[in-house]
Design a protein around this ligand. Structure first.
Ligand SMILES: Cc1ncc(C[n+]2csc(CCOP(=O)(O)OP(=O)(O)O)c2C)c(N)n1
Ligand SMILES: [Mg+2]
Length: 274
């Protein structure tokens, strides 16, 4: 278990990550704040207390892999990678500029990014491939894959889910950002995904349901997943889309719209607790 001091440090870091997300989106003038903010807590926990990785050696063969299947939420990944030291934080302000390192969706030219993503529904298949590669190569790295709740309406997610259980991929940990919203509105209205935990269990997965904004719970769940044998694990993390900025929370418009100048000022004020 982590002590309260370490939990508080991670919470503070997650808040800094949220601040970076807002600043980079404001500068770019486009991008996806909602799902980036909802993922900030578990990405912070992963990169700063759970994953085995080395920012000075992004291609280290024994590193744990992280795959952002919902690639549109790359501002959270870029912020975490910059905070960890994969590249200078100043790069964040070039987001989405023509020719810049940080494109609107993840690209392998960015240190710390293993796979291009953005076309939803493919990530679990990619992560499954990495997980099988580890087994074939007799390596003990773990593979993490972050998916959106709208994204899992895609059929090939379920094909990968079935295969991962069949091949007993216990080095594979999926995280579902269950924020309840997709591009067009509520997931429950567009295409219902419940009963979700039962579905994944029926596909042969070990399921952990948790509050995706509770740092202690996230840390505990990620470490429980490490101990599960013979099965892949999914963390179904209940989150709030736009978490941390009151006027973005659960507002569909902020799925894919950058804040205006006034909104940016307000958002940063809130996040800094001023
Ligand atoms: C195959 C594919 N179809 C459509 C899109 C356009 N798109 C981008 S984000 C998004 C909604 C995703 O919702 P969700 O998975 O819930 O992500 P989050 O709420 O975390 O932003 C869609 C449909 C896409 N990127 N890929
Ligand atoms: Mg969603």
């Amino acid at each position: 278990m982590l002590d309260n001091k370490k939990i508080a440090e991670l919470e503070e870091k997650a808040q800094e990550i949220r601040i970076m997300i807002i600043k980079m989106l404001a500068r770019a003038g486009s991008g996806h704040p909602g799902g980036s903010l909802s993922s900030a807590d578990f990405l912070t926990c992963l990169y700063f207390s759970v994953m085995r990785h080395n920012p000075r050696d992004p291609d280290w063969p024994d590193r744990d892999r992280f795959h952002l299947s919902k690639g549109h939420c790359c501002p959270v990944l870029y912020s975490v990678l910059a905070e960890a030291g994969y590249f200078p934080k100043s790069e964040l302000l070039n987001l989405r500029k023509f020719g810049a390192m940080l494109q609107g969706h993840p690209d392998r030219h960015t240190p710390g990014v293993d796979v291009c993503s953005g076309s939803l529904g493919q990530g679990l298949s990619v992560a499954l491939g990495m997980s099988l590669a580890a087994k074939i190569d007799k390596k003990d790295y773990r593979v993490y894959c972050l998916m959106g709740d709208g994204e899992i309406q895609e059929g090939n997610i379920w094909e990968a889910a079935m295969a991962a259980a069949h091949y007993k991929c216990d080095n594979l940990c999926a995280i579902l950002d269950y924020n309840g919203f997709q591009i067009d509105g509520r997931v429950a209205d567009v295409m219902a995904i419940e009963p979700l935990a039962d579905k994944w269990r029926a596909f042969g997965w070990y399921v952990i349901e948790l509050d995706g904004h509770n740092m202690a719970a996230i840390y505990k769940a990620l470490n429980t997943a490490k101990k599960i044998k013979e099965k892949p694990t999914i963390l179904i993390a209940k989150t709030i889309k736009g978490k941390g900025v009151s006027f973005m929370e659960n507002v569909v418009d902020f799925h894919g719209r950058a804040p205006s100048e006034d909104e940016t000022k307000l958002a940063l004020k809130e996040l800094k607790g001023e």
